[in-house]
Design a protein. Sequence first.
Length: 250
Amino acid sequence: MKLSLSVSVLMLCCVCCVEAITIESCPSATASIIQAQIEDTITLTCVTDAGVDPSNQMELQWYRNGDIVDLKEENRLYRSSLCVQPITKEENGVIFRCQLQGDASVNSSVELDVQFAPYLNDTEDILVEEVSDVVLSCDVNANPAVTVVWKKDGEVLDLTTGSYKTTNNGITAQLSIPNIKRDVHQGTYICEVISLVFGTRSKIFKITVEDKTLKFPLEPMIAGLVVVACTIVLAIISRLDKIKKCCKRN
């Protein structure tokens, strides 16, 4: 009983001697925020104010957005490191927390601020019939957020005319053109995306408007044939007795 009590007191002393945990990072964090870009590598090292004396034998534990990170045993004692590579845009906003396994209140955390530009294709050719509806889509998913400008034939598009409608949910920006007309809407459109970090990028849409073609009314034709066929069958059925009598006379 006395031995067990001594061990408990000793463990309590080891825990109490740790008052703070610090996360060292490369690149360095500013106000617990680490800024990085796609394909970068981030290293995180968790240390305690008790120093790096191996005799302390204090276990540390990492969490990623609240989920525990599996570490080798030798990477959990008194000093623990993580390497995050390559950085992807999915890492943006992720929080890494290091804590003392025996006391979760002793912890420290950092958040990743991953900067990335939107992905834009070069040119898209669009062939459309007159009086059809057209929607142009442009990727604007980026960090930091971008500004979008729509242009037609090199000039900023006048969105007050009512001929166009724009939407932007932060992921995709769209330009809708209802009831398209050749003399008004045919031309080259540009989705210009302006980023404070990555500069200006753009996607080009070349719209060609052709005459509306008269399509063969297949469905009404089929419906008409069905009606005619049904009428013939009913006529035959209604005259079936007369047909039988004629056949017997012959």
